[in-house]
Design a protein around this ligand. Sequence first.
Ligand code: NI
Length: 194
Amino acid sequence: MARSAEQSSKGVHVSKEPLDTPPMAIHTLGDEVLRTPAKRIGKVDESVRELARQMLLSMYAAKGIGLAAPQVGVHQQLLVIDLDLENPATPPMVLINPEITAEGGSICTYEEGCLSIPGVYLDVVRPSVVEVSYRCEMGRSRRLKADGLLARCILHEMDHLNGVLFVDRVSDGASLEEGLKEKGFDRAHVRSLL
Ligand code: NI
């Protein structure tokens, strides 16, 4: 798993202990806020870092590894990711205004889930490697080349910034129908990209 050498989260440190009550509610499939594209963040200031902290606490409470601001009803281009929930010493990542600069590797299939569609896990095809440019929580420009789960997670979360959900990318219609129905979601809310 690729990881930025200069990664730091000193600006957004929070406990990874899951709270009983998350500070922000996570919107679910069918809620229009998930379909509204996010806007670029101008100045990366304390209000942006506070949003990142509240998102991290909400993500940890839900035991998720990634969360995008539109999922908590904020239409700004901000993602938080932490693939190492068990280790308090591993800093989370904060990606502000992320842009994909390259995609590559192989095309791979992996079972994804989403805090906005709880309990539903389905296969999605994506490229295995991604390069992104973004700003960190201190406002500094960063570049990152990621593969494996991190690449998958970045691509999934970046979709949220464009109002796209992983179920829009599921090709197996029967599994999609069944998976959503089982958890009480309506397939009519899927906007297939395939
Ligand atoms: Ni998601």
